[in-house]
Write a protein that binds this ligand. Structure first.
Ligand code: NAD
Length: 492
């Protein structure tokens, strides 16, 4: 792709996002300082966005507080809120091409993936939580105290939502949709690397009828996020990101005794048993580590293969992985786009160098793909790693797969559970009993059997161990944005 192509893409995006502006109280506000947003498929500048200052964040929280206290949103019936959320879903579908263009340009996601997963899931979430908004009924109980009691489910107030770079649309929606369904107001801080779709969504939410101040967007980096964590006007923090920043978030928010949900890093194992349907299993293995260029918290970068199949699987993988289409995210046939930025590419390459230095064998890939100056990493398979190597234990967050053999089911489970993370896991087997038995033993918030990355707004996921706590998706997420109040009425 040439610089001219990139300029064409900028022309597509520019009118649709409000460069350099913050969305506060229903108005676009110019920032006082700005940072660059880079096209990862070329390394060229797309646009600049504002870096919200502490004062900007404080104003956004005040706007969200005023919107909450006005009762304009929280005081609506669930059915009225549901209507607005359903309109958001419809607008997301109607404006899908714009959202795909912005998200693909900003993150480097292949357009086909972006349309089928990111945009479809975003619409699906608003639809799903529009239905749940109508089911926020409290329970009525008879109690033996000459009284009866009922329990209301109420919103928490102002939610500070902080999201990472890899699935900007989906991960912000996974917070905003249930938070709004329950009647909360939101201040969203997207990742500095990929903030553009959050600005477009602010426009869509407004068009759908979400009142001013109910959703506010403050772009910026760690300093902006820190201001949001510490703002006394925020009632709950919903954080998705790395385990390191999540730990810091827990410390700050815990000290203020506010509720927090933490969706953090992952490093899932994918176990191929000797009774697996090998064709299907190879498909699941590849999907598990190349999906979104491996920048997926629930990716499966640790392949565990039953010893009798080890050489066969490595042989098949070498050729199959090298054949996965990698290139321009705007090409409909592309499966692997660039990584989202230079920092992500550099980190993944450092882990590959470390594996080589430790004597591991790079079966395929292992280097940067030189294409248009973009941040492409060839999908990489590494064999001969030891279970305690950093390459196995730590989260690489790129299209990099390590492969280890195992002797029996116990060893497979032990290896799968042997990292500090516990977000996802998977197994490939045709034995139904084994599927249930092993799924129960894997320490993870979601386990896939005979596929990977099957996600639906109705199915909750989240972490155990260092992958965090709390759940997103499903009715569980709605609960995370409500509290209960019991009212006991004396009948005398
Ligand atoms: P990150 O932790 O660097 O940043 C996440 C967000 O936190 C960004 O918006 C960032 O600006 C903000 N932030 C950074 N420092 C902050 C501070 N001091 N105070 C407040 N906010 C601060 O993560 P990333 O590199 O953007 O994303 C990759 C990580 O996210 C990976 O570890 C991945 O596994 C994880 N992730 C988890 C899930 C999940 O659902 N569990 C989903 C996607 C990504």
């Amino acid at each position: 792709m040439t610089a001219t192509d990139s300029q064409v893409r900028q022309a597509v995006v520019r009118p649709q996002v409000q460069p350099g502006e913050l969305f506060i109280g229903g108005e676009w506000r110019a920032g006082t300082r700005h940072s660059d947003v880079i096209d990862p498929s070329t390394g060229h500048l797309i646009t600049t966005v504002a870096e919200a200052t502490e004062d900007d964040v404080h104003d956004a929280v005040r706007a969200a507080r005023a919107a909450f206290d006005s009762g304009q949103w929280a005081g609506m019936s669930g059915r009225e809120r549901a209507r607005v959320l359903y309109r958001v879903a419809e607008l997301v579908r109607r404006r899908a091409d714009e959202l795909v263009a912005v998200e693909s340009l900003d993150v480097g996601k292949p357009v086909a993936l972006c349309r089928a997963v990111d945009v479809a899931t975003t619409a699906g979430h608003f639809e799903y939580y529009s239905a749940l908004a109508q089911s926020l009924d409290g329970a009525v109980r008879d109690i033996p105290l000459n009284a009866h009691a009922y329990t209301r489910r109420e919103p928490l107030g102002v939610v500070g939502a902080i999201t990472p770079f890899n699935f900007p649309l989906i991960l912000s929606t996974a917070k905003i949709a249930p938070a709004l369904a329950a009647g909360n107001t939101v201040v969203h801080k997207p990742a500095p690397d990929t903030p553009l779709s959050a600005l477009l969504m602010a426009e869509i939410l407004t068009e759908a009828g979400v009142p001013d101040g109910v959703v506010n967007v403050v772009t910026g980096g760690a300093e902006t996020g820190e201001a949001l964590l510490r703002d006394p006007g925020v009632d709950k923090i919903a954080f998705t990101g790395s385990t390191a920043v999540g730990r810091h978030t827990a410390e700050v928010v815990g000290a203020a005794l506010k509720p927090v949900t933490l969706e953090l890093g992952g490093n899932a194992a994918n176990i191929v048993f000797d009774d697996a349907d090998l064709d299907k299993a190879i498909g699941a293995v590849i999907k598990a580590f190349v999906f979104n260029s491996g920048q997926f918290c629930m990716a499966g970068p640790r392949l565990l293969v039953a010893e009798p199949l080890y050489d066969t699987v490595l042989g098949i993988l070498g050729d199959a992985v090298a054949g996965v289409p990698i290139g321009d995210p705007f090409d409909e046939t592309t499966v692997i786009g660039p990584m989202a930025g230079e920092r992500q590419l550099t980190k993944a390459l450092e882990y590959i160098d470390l594996a080589r230095a430790e004597g591991a064998k790079v079966v395929t890939g292992g280097d940067r793909l030189d294409l248009n100056g973009g941040y492409y990493l060839r999908p990489t398979v590494i064999a001969g790693v030891s279970a305690d190597s950093r390459v196995v234990q730590e989260e690489i967050f790129g299209p990099v797969l390590t492969v280890q053999p195992f002797k029996d089911e116990d060893e497979a489970v032990m290896l799968a559970n042997s990292t500090p993370y516990g977000l996802a896991a998977g197994l490939q087997t045709q034995n139904v009993s084994r599927a249930h038995r092993v799924a129960a033993r894997l320490r993870a918030g979601i386990v896939w059997v005979n596929d990977w990355a099957l996600l639906d707004p109705a199915v909750p996921f989240g972490g155990v161990k260092q992958s965090g706590f709390g759940r997103e998706y499903g009715p569980e997420a709605l609960s995370a944005y409500t509290t209960t109040k019991s009212v006991v009425i004396c009948l005398d």
